[in-house]
Write a protein that binds this ligand. Structure first.
Ligand code: K1U
Ligand code: ZN
Length: 168
């Protein structure tokens, strides 16, 4: 298992639209194992393949308190979203240290393949529903800061670029 580097905003490759997985094979199973290890090491509750520079529709999540219940979604599709929405606070491993509120559906149903290549449907609300919407945005090349005002987004971009320059 390997820990994968996470692309940092405003890296242009975060905006690539991911392609569907054609076969849930040993390569995808190894990618998922590396993504789960990377998510836990980074203390995140989710990670999309886009963030580790792999542009295929794979996300992993774990919103359990014990951090022992990973969820794998391959080729996820939203099949239902609630009409009710709320502003929810989000963070992002690609935008460390930045937290802000985004309007999200309160509940979603998502259909996806699991690690065995079988189709399953998950009914989610609360933090899991927010996390699913955030991770599926990553697969579309969208980062949560793009929902914020241009003023906030530009401030965040400048802050991130400054921090990356200081680290280099
Ligand atoms: O996709 C990612 O960058 C992971 C991200 C997922 C996420 C967190 C919160 C709301 C929506 C999506 C994170 O794990 S950020 C770090 C984190 O653990 C966290 C941040 C805020 C609330 C709860 C957890
Ligand atoms: Zn994110």
């Amino acid at each position: 298992m390997a820990l994968l580097p996470i692309l940092q905003y405003p890296h242009p490759r975060l905006h690539i639209v991911a392609k569907p997985v054609l076969a849930v094979d040993a390569r995808i199973q190894a990618l998922v194992a590396d993504m789960i290890a990377t998510m836990y090491a980074a203390k995140g509750i989710g990670l999309a393949a886009t963030q580790v520079d792999v542009h295929e529709r794979v996300v992993v999540m774990d919103v359990s308190d014990e951090r022992d219940n990973p969820l794998v979604l391959i080729n996820p599709e939203l099949v239902w979203t609630s009409a009710e929405t709320h502003l929810k606070e989000e963070g992002c491993l690609s935008v460390p240290g930045i937290y802000d509120c985004v309007e999200r559906c309160d509940a979603v149903h998502v259909r996806a393949l699991n690690l065995q290549g079988q189709t399953h449907t998950i009914e989610a609300d609360g933090l899991l529903a927010v996390c699913i919407q955030h991770e599926m945005d990553h697969l579309l090349g969208r980062v949560f800061v793009e929902y914020l005002s241009p003023l906030k987004r530009n401030r965040i971009k400048k802050k991130m670029l400054k921090a990356q320059k200081e680290e280099a």
